[in-house]
Design a protein around this ligand. Structure first.
Ligand SMILES: *[C@@H]1O[C@H](CO)[C@@H](O)[C@H](O)[C@H]1NC(C)=O
Ligand SMILES: *[C@@H]1O[C@H](CO)[C@@H](O)[C@H](O)[C@H]1NC(C)=O
Length: 496
């Protein structure tokens, strides 16, 4: 019965060979994990398990996410750009009453509708002010993790002071809808790995499963059990040393997940995707060398991502893929792999990249709207008439060209500490608000071509103006004092 349904749904797209059942899908999302920080990017940090999976799978080397947490997660879950969900500006702070709009179906909704069991473990960060925004109500059969953006790795405690008149603190860990108060002292990378291994061992065997494993690592605060530091005693920089240990612990966790798949005979029928959620935070031990910029900036260091896909069902294994792929693409790609349908969703900004990834085909994607954020303070003077306002913080990629406008954030090049090189700070006019780069030839964004290629600049500004015309207004409400965990048993949770 299943097979006929699959063949029917897939008549015009990917058809799994009739002898193979639909694969389990594990999506592993690391947090603030830098471009330089994986072994196969020649890092000084050891990631043997990631290297092994990536080496046997497909490394995505022209792969983009968004520069910060909630935006990337919103695009992964909805397949839609931030301009289409109102999440253009910043992250979702714990005390803010908003989230990924309920009108957007999630990737989990659609994979579940295709007959999968769906599990979320780890970080959510897509809003929780009302019950309807919790992962259990966004397509996941179960959830074990935390709702806010970051917290203490051991106590699972979180304070939100982003609006200075409030100092709101509470515990943030949940087993489905119930707060968990007995895991203080349990390091989250190990805790979430145990929960993921539980899913792999005990899921309902009559259905394939989708596991979304969103590690807290390697986000600040820099904390790790001492045993992971011993192999890094040679790293002088203490932030970098701790970060290296955190990365190696996460890598070990992923090794444990893979080992559980092997032990239960499921590895050959599981597709594993690994991705970071944004570039590394260089002020908290991470590194994106040789890329320019960092987390929270529109430079490549903010959004060019570590990512790969592993699985026996890939047709071309052990390859490096240089096709343009974006985090919004996972929605149609993985719903397609699951034999589900994207019909009836809000219009998607992602493309089905299965053939691109599995067979090395050409990417259907020619552009990426990195973002348009009208709430960031405008920068400089408007430079062109009758088109997109260059004072607005925005960036777009069209083919090999990338255009940045407004204030993109810190554009320094930060080498990893062991190279003993100075951080290079570009000394540009503080009011500069326009850059054009040829990313294929200048991936490190050293040569601004905007003054010598004004025709290209105008074309890309016109594309930004087009995208802006399709945008919904940004949503970014003030902190709500009713979110205070003191009013809710000391835990962060729905308050409306
Ligand atoms: C916390 O409680 C849960 C549910 O009863 C239990 O499964 C878990 O083992 C407990 N954790 C610890 C550290 O005792
Ligand atoms: C991996 O599994 C080993 C053996 O059970 C355990 O000691 C270790 O803590 C696990 N690592 C992580 C990161 O969960």
């Amino acid at each position: 019965m299943y097979l006929s349904v699959i063949l029917l749904l897939c008549a015009c797209c990917t058809v799994w060979s009739a002898s193979v059942s639909r694969p389990n899908i594990i999506f592993i999302l690391a947090d603030d994990y830098g471009f330089h920080d994986v072994g196969y990017h020649n890092s000084e940090i050891k990631t043997p398990n990631l290297d092994k999976l990536a080496g046997a799978g497909v490394k995505l080397e022209n792969y983009y996410v968004q520069p910060i947490c909630s935006p990337t997660r919103s695009q992964l879950m909805s397949g839609r750009y931030q301009i289409h969900t109102g999440l253009q500006h910043g992250i979702i702070w714990a005390s803010q009453p908003f989230g990924l709009p309920l009108g957007s179906a999630t990737i989990a909704d659609r994979i579940k509708a295709a007959g999968y069991s769906t599990y979320a473990v780890g970080k959510w960060h897509l809003g929780f002010f009302k019950n309807a925004y919790l992962p259990n109500n966004r397509g996941f059969n179960s959830f074990y993790g935390y709702l806010t953006g970051s917290e203490d790795y051991y106590t699972h405690h979180r304070c939100d002071n982003h609006q200075t008149e409030y100092h709101l603190c509470g515990t943030d860990l949940r087993d489905n809808l119930k707060p968990v108060l007995n895991e203080s002292g349990h390091y989250s990378t190990q805790l979430f790995t145990e929960k993921a291994v539980d899913v792999i061992k005990h899921h309902d065997k009559s259905k394939p499963f989708f596991l979304y494993l969103a590690y807290q690592s390697t986000h600040a605060p820099l904390q790790v059990p001492a045993k992971y530091l011993s192999q890094y005693s040679h790293i002088q920089d203490t932030q970098r040393r701790t970060y290296a240990g955190m990365t190696t612990c996460m890598d070990e966790g992923i090794g444990n997940v893979t080992a559980a798949l092997t032990a239960t005979g499921q590895l050959d029928n599981t597709l594993i995707v690994f991705s970071t959620d944004n570039g590394g935070q260089v002020h908290e031990g991470a590194n994106n060398w040789p890329l320019r910029g960092m987390k929270a900036t529109l430079w490549e260091g903010g959004s060019r991502a570590v990512g790969f896909v592993y699985g026996k069902m890939l047709k071309h294994k052990g390859t490096v893929n240089n096709e343009l792929i974006h985090v919004t693409d996972w929605f149609p790609t993985l719903v397609g792999v699951a034999g589900g349908t994207t019909h009836g969703t809000k219009p998607l900004d992602g493309f089905d990249q299965w053939t691109t990834i599995s067979e090395g085909g050409k990417s259907p994607r020619k552009e990426i709207l990195h973002n348009i954020d009208p709430l960031t303070h405008p920068m400089g003077q408007k430079l062109y008439n009758n088109t997109f306002d260059t004072r607005i913080r925005a960036a777009i990629r069209v083919g090999n060209w990338k255009l940045i406008t407004g204030n993109p954030g810190d554009g320094s090049w930060t080498p990893p500490p062991h190279l003993n090189k100075e951080v290079i700070v570009e000394k540009e006019d503080a009011a500069k608000n326009l850059w054009l780069f040829d990313i294929a030839h200048d991936p490190t964004e050293h040569v601004d071509l905007s003054s010598t290629n004004q025709g290209v600049v105008k074309n890309l500004l016109a594309r930004l103006a087009h995208y802006q015309s399709t945008a919904v207004p940004p949503v970014y409400p003030p902190a709500d004092p009713k979110s205070d965990p003191k009013l809710h048993g000391g835990v962060w949770g729905p308050w409306q």
